[in-house]
Design a protein. Structure first.
Lengths: 113, 113
DNA sequence: CCCAACTGGTTTAAAAAGTCAAGCGGTGTG
DNA sequence: CACACCGCTTGACTTTTTAAACCAGTTGGG
């Protein structure tokens, strides 16, 4: 009897966060290294700015990523998104997905309709 | 580089599947043991039948789960959903999420608005 | 100098996805 | 017989995601 029950189980909540569209992609991109907004959008591949903004705000509110605004005087202001230590530890999750994907989703399977 | 590029990278596709709403919950519930439709819906907690049906079809088409119809004569016909070997190996992903959640999402963090 | 392209976003409306509640055929139980 | 359960399907409604346009500022080329 440990399954279900929304509010209590941390795993349930974790899944709730990680299954939001683009979140895993964002984390994966950021695991490679910090990125600016547009740069991140490109790395993630296909996410529109509106959704991206919202996801980033959410992830920041959960303290998984941090936003830093670099405005060197005379230089173009740039927002830089980085993973926090907690966010970086999602590496294990990405690794698990990676390992699984290479074994079970390599070629076929994911065929469209 | 190696990031991005939808169709090619298995990880990208894996994320695409796993981030669909309820998928991770379904897998988690099924890792505990095979379940019937309504039973699964209850275990997952909050997913409606329409979406559940669709997810199950998708997961079955990816060969992550298998549907078996048990109709013992004189007994109520029942659909049973089971993880395939490939699906069962998602255990590692769930474990990773579980481990991460317990460390970084235990108490606070996931506060509502 | 001026235009084009880049930065990090916001806004809007339309499309897609998910949800709720009801209901259908069937079985089994009081 | 009525009512509760099974496994879904349907249709109307709400939420989420999307594309596209646009703002303000910076930098580079012609």
């Amino acid at each position: 009897m440990s399954t279900a029950h929304p509010g209590f189980c941390p795993v349930y909540r974790a899944i709730g966060v990680l299954q939001e569209k683009w979140v895993l992609h964002i984390v994966r991109a950021l695991l490679v290294g910090e990125k600016g907004f547009n740069e991140l959008a490109r790395a993630v591949g296909g996410c529109n700015s509106a959704t991206l903004t919202q996801r980033l705000e959410h992830l920041e509110s959960l303290a998984l990523i941090a936003k830093r605004t670099e405005d060197s005087p005379g230089k173009l202001a740039r927002s830089v998104y980085t993973l926090t230590p907690a966010g970086r530890e999602l590496q294990s999750v990405i690794d698990a997905i990676d390992g699984w994907a290479r074994e079970h989703l390599t070629a076929a399977e994911a065929a469209p309709a």
